[in-house]
Design a protein around this ligand. Structure first.
Ligand SMILES: Nc1ncnc2c1ncn2[C@@H]1O[C@H](COP(=O)(O)OP(=O)(O)OP(=O)(O)O)[C@@H](O)[C@H]1O
Ligand SMILES: [Mg+2]
Length: 232
């Protein structure tokens, strides 16, 4: 897409999960380069390695083999401190099940990653307010997650993912728990982040909602990238 340095550069990336005397292959020698500004849709059957790949990209899990550079960070050679900085500032992650903290309000959930990253409180509150307004969540900022609809929970999770201004947004089945209207809304937001704000977006999904906006589609099969399309 462009001649900019890739934001994601993976070489022969593998993740093997030890399981008793045997092992399960989550990811098998995946190599890929992704330029900044791409909107990537990651497809593949259940168990094909989508979540495994996203966890590695997010720095939430470590590869067993291979090389992984993201946004200038060599993820295989990072101190825990630098890895924390990477997780908090480079990546914004969105999950199928939202993963909001149930005892905290919408506002507190959104602010938390910024406060953990050491950002000043007033600036954080202001930015969170802007994001929540943009996501049409302004009137819900004092609510707890249990007092929200699924679509509202996911919009809260999107605000939380954006609070530290990440270059890379990773979404694992973000529409899986939503009806088609709310699912479409979430994809529209991800698309806007990609188009208007030039964020690199990677969406792992079984749904076809994001297909029209994908600049790149990657299909996984048994932990490896396959050339054939995933559409059955
Ligand atoms: N923590 C783990 N321990 C052992 N095996 C695991 C672990 N996590 C994932 N796996 C295995 O790795 C393979 C890839 O799993 P992964 O969750 O990445 O698939 P997926 O493509 O995200 O599937 P889905 O579409 O169902 O979400 C599967 O065979 C799975 O059973
Ligand atoms: Mg998965």
């Amino acid at each position: 897409m462009s001649n900019l340095a890739p934001i994601i550069d993976a070489r022969d990336l593998s993740r093997v999960y030890p399981l008793g005397d045997s092992a399960v292959v989550g990811l098998n020698r995946v190599s890929l380069t992704i330029a900044p500004g791409e909107m990537v849709v990651l497809k593949g059957n259940s168990g094909s390695g989508k979540s495994t790949l996203l966890s590695l990209l997010a720095g939430l899990d470590d590869p067993t083999e291979g090389r992984l550079h993201v946004a200038g960070y060599d993820l295989r050679n990072l101190s825990e401190t630098r890895k924390n900085t990477y997780r908090r500032t480079v990546v914004g992650m969105i999950f199928q099940s939202f993963n909001l903290l149930p005892t905290m309000s919408v506002m507190e959930n959104v602010c938390l990653p910024a406060l953990l990253a050491g950002k000043p409180y007033p600036e954080t509150i202001e930015r969170a307010g802007e994001l929540l307004d943009w996501l049409d969540m302004g009137a819900r900022r004092g609510h707890r997650p249990a007092q929200l609809s699924g679509g509202e929970m996911q919009r809260t999770a999107i605000a939380r993912a954006l609070i530290n201004d990440p270059a890379l947004i990773l979404a694992d089945e973000p529409t899986g728990n939503l009806d088609s209207r709310n699912g479409g809304l979430v994809i529209d937001l991800l698309r806007e982040l990609n188009r208007r704000w030039q964020r690199t977006v990677v969406i792992a999904t079984h749904s076809n909602l994001a297909d029209p906006f994908a600049t790149l589609q990657i299909c996984l099969k048994d932990g490896a990238i396959t050339d054939s399309t995933c559409d059955r």
